[in-house]
Design a binder for this molecule. Structure first.
Ligand SMILES: [Zn+2]
Ligand SMILES: [Zn+2]
Length: 405
């Protein structure tokens, strides 16, 4: 007896799911689970090796999902339905029954799986714990210009939520993504950015030039087998790649400037200005390598001109001063260097950004309290220093900025 081979895209998607620690299911076009990873097995209380495929009626009986009153949610209202029937990414929050009968609140993201040539293969479904407010996402900041145009600084995991919000619109999405550099924490959200999977989206990706390979080729090292189920050229959206100019350029009504800054590998900082207001974004930046920051001439300080008198400065503060002593040369700044830089460049408001993944919310509160004391010693204005937190939003007089740290 022989079974027919699964489509290659499903085979590759299964490999990807096996490598991630997030509970994830691979679902075919009829809604049956054809694979789930170890983390999803913990939710179901059984391993894939024991169950094999699970029909959609059976998995619905096992885990739900349920609404607030405990009633099963109709299939048509699930995020999965959006992915399977409409080919859009879907994201919803609801309750499921886990192994052992515990009912818990989760968030579900379903991403359609589209093969080369447009063949539709099913969907990948991720489960996320609901209600987490820790600074858990990697770098992504949305800037909305006066005319509604959206610029996105970096494509860390924070871009997932942004993509779902943008893709909810019936209008075609056009978005410009400005990458500071290609470290994984700044590009890993691209594969989960819903507009990338809509044929009517236009995605323009800007980044640092390199003699080694084109921007597209360097990004393709991530979006390609065996790490992802599709290749860059197979993304359903219209996508283009552009090296950042070395001189100022314009996108809509905004003026943009990029400059190389001290980090590991070619890395840019950005300044986006519109109607006299400006945002400077330098998320990965080691100020401590250049000499005594308080005394150096401005032209000897990496990123100084980019940040000078910015309305809002988002700056690396990965390490406490004590931790930095152990991480010299790792490419990031300690809090007091970030504060000295902010004070000397004259930024109106500074948002401390790019938190260390090991820092809990409680530690971040402590770091902010200590930083505010130091900020006052430097003569900084009250209210001029904040900490980037998930979904923080800052209104500037023209346009607005919302940050996801
Ligand atoms: Zn980096
Ligand atoms: Zn980074």
């Amino acid at each position: 007896m022989s079974a027919q081979q699964k489509p290659l895209e499903l085979i590759h998607a299964r490999n990807l799911l096996t490598c991630v620690s997030t509970p994830a299911f691979l679902v075919d076009q009829s809604g049956d689970i054809v694979f789930f990873n170890e983390a999803a097995g913990t939710v179901l209380g059984r391993r894939f090796e024991e169950t094999g495929s699970i029909g959609h009626e059976q998995w619905r009986r096992l885990i739900g999902p349920f609404d607030e009153s405990g009633d099963p949610i109709p299939f048509e209202q699930l995020a999965l339905n959006l992915a399977l029937r409409r080919g859009h990414a879907g994201h919803l929050r609801h309750k499921i029954r886990e192994a052992g009968g515990t009912v818990s609140e989760i968030e579900v993201s379903a991403v359609p799986l589209v093969a080369t040539g447009g063949g539709f293969r099913g969907a990948i479904v991720f489960l996320w714990p609901a209600g987490e407010i820790d600074a858990g996402n990697t770098s992504c900041v949305q800037i909305t210009l006066d005319d509604g145009r959206v610029l996105v600084l970096d494509a860390g995991t924070g871009i997932r939520g942004l993509g779902l919000a943008l893709a909810a619109s019936a209008e075609p999405v056009r978005v410009e993504i400005l990458l500071t550099h290609l470290h994984l924490d700044h590009i890993q959200g691209l594969m989960f950015f819903a507009p990338c999977f809509r044929p009517d989206s236009e995605v323009v990706i800007w980044g640092p030039a390199s003699r080694e390979a084109s921007l597209e080729d360097r990004i393709a090292r991530y979006i390609s087998a065996p790490l992802t189920p599709i290749e860059v050229r197979e993304l359903p959206c219209g996508v283009s790649f552009r090296d950042c100019p070395t001189t100022e350029w314009e996108i809509g009504s905004a003026q943009l400037r990029a400059a190389t800054v001290t980090h590991r590998g070619p890395t840019l900082g950005y300044r986006v200005s519109e109607h006299g207001r400006s945002v400077c974004y330098i998320p990965d930046h080691e100020l401590g390598l250049g000499g005594p920051l308080a005394e150096l001439e401005p032209d000897w300080i990496s990123g100084f001109e980019l940040a000078r008198d910015a309305s809002l400065l988002l700056h690396d503060c990965q390490y406490t001063d004590v931790e930095y002593a152990e991480h010299l040369g790792w490419g990031h700044s300690c809090v007091s260097d970030a504060l000295t830089f902010a004070s000397r460049t004259g930024a109106e408001t500074t948002m401390l950004f790019h938190h260390d993944p090991l820092h809990t919310d409680a530690m971040l509160d402590e770091i902010l309290a200590g930083a505010r004391g130091r900020w006052r010693e430097l003569g900084g204005a009250d209210g001029g220093l904040t900490l980037a937190v998930e979904n923080a939003e800052v209104g500037l007089s023209a346009g607005s900025v919302s940050a996801q740290a």
